[in-house]
Design a binder for this molecule. Structure first.
Ligand SMILES: Cc1cc2nc3c(=O)[nH]c(=O)nc-3n(C[C@H](O)[C@H](O)[C@H](O)COP(=O)(O)OP(=O)(O)OC[C@H]3O[C@@H](n4cnc5c(N)ncnc54)[C@H](O)[C@@H]3O)c2cc1C
Length: 426
């Protein structure tokens, strides 16, 4: 029986632990410096908004861990002594391991802005961030959010739910411009504006200005405008949480470097989830993918290898989903912000401006490549199959209704979408 230590009890570490338990009798220790029990990070906003209580975002009952013989250890690992197979905790404790999984996740980016460490300035990532946000919301009249991505928009929704005014600074010309194509970016931007957010494009933070007590009182933009505020949310992306590994022998780039088997440079040491960085991604996508599903798939894969069935990570077709206020978003395959030379686009938008569907296909062989959808739910299995099997775009259009996952009695836009797409195909 081996002792498997896992640093991080997020979706990646927890999935690995659960699957190792399914496959073996190994001793498993799940370590976290954040909370004793696993919670759904993606649901943090609902606790703030009062839709859920903290216990509602714990996917497993507290007795689950003992029942499944997964030991929980609260503590911060300050270093990994790989040659002696030991973890060193900041409390001075040590822990021996046979196999180690590093699943230490991310932390919010800070780009050295003047004033970034003032009181009232923070990101949103951890449980402690949520608690701090709760404190910082008291007597807050206006919040300024810096960085137009998924966490920024969640923060905006959280503040608006409490009647706190929001100014949103976005460096790009449109919302989430590095990811969303023009039409989708504009749809989201309109939606944000309709929620009375003061949304500023091509506007960058220059400095955060303190009051006499070292608390934020305003920000200054690079155009020299001062905006009074009591809170600044730093949501300009996240980076791998790996600083505790800096003095050790585990090879790092931005994240922990891994091969296709999620192995690091040290035998029996693996890395998964947000903090893992491929030397070369198995499908040629970005070498780091900081999303929930990636962590889950990596956790399942590494469990196989650790339990004797060496398995390469094969993520399949890219999928992600999110929500912009009340508009749901799903993406399948890779829809680039700017289409590639070989790509043709079919685009439909509802007259209400809140729903759209984009299909991308390859003009050289007419195979279906990717889709973006806002405000309509598509059936994951169908889209995944079409992309994986390079289905011809005409076949996709003929069978488009198979992808409809809207509840019964919802408006069915598919006949109209199909008609419009057919007219767009040369
Ligand atoms: C507000 C918010 C909304 C999000 N929404 C979405 C979404 O809609 N869809 C989506 O796909 N993704 C979303 N994400 C991203 C998603 O939550 C992450 O990709 C995912 O949680 C990463 O999981 P992980 O297990 O790799 O790491 P984490 O969940 O970050 O877990 C790592 C854990 O390791 C602990 N740890 C780190 N270092 C140490 C150490 N040295 N010692 C001990 N413990 C340590 C950390 O404290 C943390 O608890 C969202 C993230 C946030 C913050």
């Amino acid at each position: 029986m081996k002792h498997i230590a896992i640093i991080g009890n997020g979706i990646s570490g927890v999935t690995a632990a659960r699957h190792i338990r399914k496959l073996s009798d190994h001793k498993i220790t799940l370590i976290s410096a954040e909370t004793e029990h696993f919670f759904s990070r993606t649901a943090l906003m609902y606790v703030y908004m009062g839709h859920m209580k903290p216990e509602h975002i714990k996917p497993y009952e507290d007795h689950f861990w003992a029942k499944n013989r997964i030991d929980l250890k609260m503590g911060f690992v300050s270093n990994v002594d790989a040659s002696n197979k030991k973890l060193l905790f900041d409390s001075g404790e040590e822990m021996h391991f046979d196999d180690l999984i590093i699943a230490s996740g991310s932390k919010p980016n800070k780009f050295g802005w003047k004033g970034q460490d003032l009181d009232g300035v923070q990101g949103l990532y951890s449980w402690q961030d949520l608690e701090l946000m709760e404190e910082n919301s008291v007597n807050c009249d206006r919040a300024v959010i810096v960085g137009g991505g998924l966490i920024g928009i969640e923060m905006a929704e959280m503040f608006l739910s409490r009647g706190i005014k929001v100014t949103f600074l976005v460096r790009e010309k449109r919302f989430w411009g590095s990811v969303l194509p023009k039409e989708e970016g504009e749809l989201v931007s309109r939606h944000i504006l309709s929620h009375h957010v003061d949304l500023r494009f091509e506007t960058e933070l220059d400095e955060i200005i303190p009051d006499e007590n070292g608390r934020v009182k305003a920000i200054r933009t690079k155009d020299g405008e001062e905006i009074m505020c009591q809170f600044v949310g730093l949501t300009a992306g996240v980076g791998p949480n790996t600083s505790f590994l800096k003095d050790g022998s585990v090879a790092l780039n931005r994240g922990v470097l891994v091969n296709d088997f999620l192995e690091t440079n040290i035998p029996n040491v693996y890395s998964i989830g947000d903090c893992a960085e491929f030397h070369q991604h198995p499908t040629g996508r970005r070498n780091m993918e900081q999303v929930w599903y990636t962590g889950k798939m990596m956790g399942e894969t590494v469990a196989q290898t650790i339990c004797g069935n060496k398995t390469a990570y094969k993520p399949g077709v890219w999928f992600n989903s999110a929500k912009f206020f009340d508009i749901e978003y799903q993406t399948y395959g890779w829809v680039w912000a700017e289409p590639k030379e070989n790509e043709a686009i079919l685009y439909w938008e509802h007259t209400d401006g809140k729903k759209c569907l984009k299909l991308v296909y390859d003009m050289t062989d007419n195979s279906f490549l990717a889709a973006n959808v806002f405000g309509i739910r598509l059936r994951h299995k169908v889209l995944d199959y079409w992309i994986k099997h390079k289905t011809k775009i005409k076949v996709v259009l003929q069978n488009l209704e198979d992808a409809n996952f809207e509840p019964e009695f919802y408006e069915n836009s598919f006949p109209e979408i199909k008609k419009q797409f057919q007219s767009q195909i040369p």
